[in-house]
Design a protein around this ligand. Structure first.
Ligand SMILES: Cc1cc2nc3c(=O)[nH]c(=O)nc-3n(C[C@H](O)[C@H](O)[C@H](O)COP(=O)(O)O)c2cc1C
Length: 200
C-alpha cells in the first residue's frame, strides 16, 4: 500500500524492472528512477535477469518496465518477468519502455517499426500497460569487437553513414523520457492512489 507523508502527500512505491544487453537501458531506467524520486516517490530498481521475486501487488503501487531490442526481440528475461507476473501487472498502473535504434530514425516507416516492437511484445506477453514509449537507444559499437562487423552493416543499411567514422553514439531524448515519466506519475499513478485513499 502507498504511504501518506506528514505533508499529506501520497508517496507511491514504484518498481522499475529493466532488461539490458549493452547497458544503455540501465542508464534509461536509472534516469527514470531519478525523475520519479524527484516527484517524491520511492523507487526499487532491478535488472530483470537478476530479479526472481514474484510481484506482490500489495507492496508496489506501480511498475515501469524497460527492455532493449536486439535482433527484433526484447530481452527474454523481461518477457518472462511480464508473463510470470501477468495477474499482478494487470491490477497495477504500468508503463513500458522499448529501447531500440530504429526509434532514433524520424521517418514514418521506422517509427512504425519501432511501434511494432512494442505491439509484438505486448501481444506475446498479453500485457496492457497504461503507457508505452519507443526510446531511441545508443550505439555502443566500440563495446564488443565481435559486434563491430554486424553493427557496421546495420548502421550502413539503416542510417546511411560511414560506420568507420562513428564512435559510440547516444540518441536518447532525455527530455522526452522525463515528460513520459512525469506524465505517468501525475496522470496515472497519483490519481489512482488519490482515488484509492478516498475510498479508505
Ligand atoms: C547485436 C545488436 C542487435 C541489435 N538489433 C536491433 C534491432 O533489431 N532493431 C533495433 O532497432 N535496434 C537494434 N539494436 C540496437 C539496440 O537496441 C540499441 O543499441 C540499444 O540502445 C541497446 O540497449 P542496451 O544497451 O540496453 O542493450 C541492436 C544492437 C545490437 C548490439
Amino acid at each position: 500500500m502507498f504511504i501518506a507523508t506528514e505533508k499529506g502527500m501520497i508517496m507511491a512505491r514504484i518498481l522499475i524492472i529493466y532488461g539490458t544487453t549493452e547497458g544503455h537501458t540501465r542508464k534509461v531506467a536509472e534516469y527514470i528512477a531519478n525523475v520519479v524520486r524527484r516527484e517524491g516517490h520511492s523507487v526499487d530498481i532491478a535488472d530483470s535477469s537478476l530479479y526472481k521475486t514474484p510481484l506482490d501487488k500489495s507492496k508496489v503501487d506501480a511498475v515501469i518496465i524497460g527492455a532493449s531490442v536486439h535482433q527484433d526481440k526484447h530481452q527474454a528475461s523481461v518477457t518472462h518477468f511480464v508473463k510470470d507476473n501477468q495477474r499482478a501487472l494487470a491490477q497495477l498502473p504500468t508503463a513500458f519502455l522499448s529501447v531500440s535504434l530504429i526509434a532514433a530514425e524520424p521517418d514514418e516507416e521506422a517509427q512504425t517499426e519501432a511501434r511494432q516492437y512494442i505491439s509484438d511484445f505486448l501481444l506475446e506477453t498479453a500485457w496492457q500497460p497504461q503507457r508505452s514509449l519507443s526510446v531511441a537507444g545508443a550505439l555502443l559499437y566500440t563495446k564488443h569487437d565481435f559486434l563491430k562487423r554486424l553493427l557496421r552493416r546495420y548502421i550502413n543499411k539503416r542510417l546511411g553513414r560511414e560506420a568507420d567514422s562513428l564512435g559510440d553514439q547516444e540518441y536518447t531524448d532525455w527530455e522526452e523520457l522525463k515528460r513520459f515519466a512525469t506524465d505517468f506519475i501525475k496522470q496515472v499513478v497519483e490519481p489512482r492512489l488519490a482515488a484509492h485513499e478516498a475510498v479508505l
